[in-house]
Design a protein around this ligand. Structure first.
Ligand code: GSH
Length: 257
């Protein structure tokens, strides 16, 4: 978009997303979140949630949001489709297909694996149909909706998907992936990401696990015996005081939704 920016990495494997300085502008303890030192009124503004960030930056730069109200409606539809569908569902697919089986006490849950694998497959079928005869999700123009969907969709193999029956989606993955700005964006912070399995401590932190089970809240009814069961970005050159992640504990490569 041509807006200058500075990256402040957040290592979600070591719990940096829970630092009060980060929570102050990203209350859902997720990245990305941005601070624009020159907001709409000239004062700093922070934005969390990638969809809201993309909408803000598209409005600010006057790019990638279509030219007419009809186009903007289409962009919003597909942006929200990612935020409410692909992001959460593919995030759960990553969790149950990749992370849960690798926990200290491995959790291989076929029902959950099937459910999220199937739902991601359904969603990719929807976008494949939409892309019939058009180059981008909102029409014949590249938009923030494509930008939001592609980083999740490019992980289709890890989500145990196939592209054989989705030729339009496969072509779009290549079309967007071939854009020079996509490659440039992918390279940002690459050295901070890791494919290595997380340590038990990292898993427990990221997935809120205590004594081998998710422990974010106290259920009113005791469940049966435990079933076997990011990057903070600052646009415009600002800075926040979070420590740099140590490279030996890189953040996990796949998002957890
Ligand atoms: N809906 C959020 C999802 C962001 C998200 O899933 N971020 C992950 C990393 S890719 C995260 O920060 N996880 C940290 C945690 O769950 O504690 C968005 O689109 O911004």
């Amino acid at each position: 978009m041509g807006i200058p920016y500075e990256i402040n990495p957040i290592n979600i494997g070591t719990g940096e997303q829970f630092a009060p300085e980060f929570l102050a502008f990203s209350p859902n303890n997720r990245m990305p979140a941005i601070i624009d030192p020159v907001g709409p009124d000239g004062e700093p503004v922070s934005v969390f949630e990638s969809g809201a960030i993309l909408q803000y930056l598209a409005r600010k730069s006057g790019q990638f949001y279509g030219k007419t109200e009809r186009e903007r409606i289409a962009v919003d539809e597909w942006l929200m489709w990612q935020m409410g569908g692909v992001g959460p569902m593919a995030g759960q697919a990553h969790h149950f297909l990749k992370y849960a089986p690798g926990l200290e006490t491995p959790q291989v849950l076929p029902y959950a694996q099937d459910r999220y694998r199937n739902e991601v497959n359904r969603l990719y079928g929807v976008i494949d149909k939409k892309l019939e005869g058009q180059d981008f999700v909102a029409g014949d123009f590249y938009s923030i909706a494509d930008m939001a969907i592609w980083p999740w969709a490019k992980g289709w193999e890890g989500q145990q998907q196939t592209l054989e029956d989705k030729p339009n989606f496969a072509a779009w993955l290549t079309r967007v992936g071939d854009r020079p700005a996509t490659a440039k964006g992918q390279a940002v912070g690459e050295e901070l990401r890791s494919d290595k399995p997380m340590t038990p401590e990292q898993q427990n932190l990221l997935f809120g696990i205590k004594n081998g089970r998710p422990a974010a809240f106290s259920p009113r009814v005791s469940p049966p015996e435990a079933p076997t069961m990011a990057l903070g970005t600052i646009v415009g050159g600002g800075r926040i005081g979070l420590q740099q992640p140590s490279l030996s504990h890189k953040k996990p490569k796949d998002c957890n939704g």
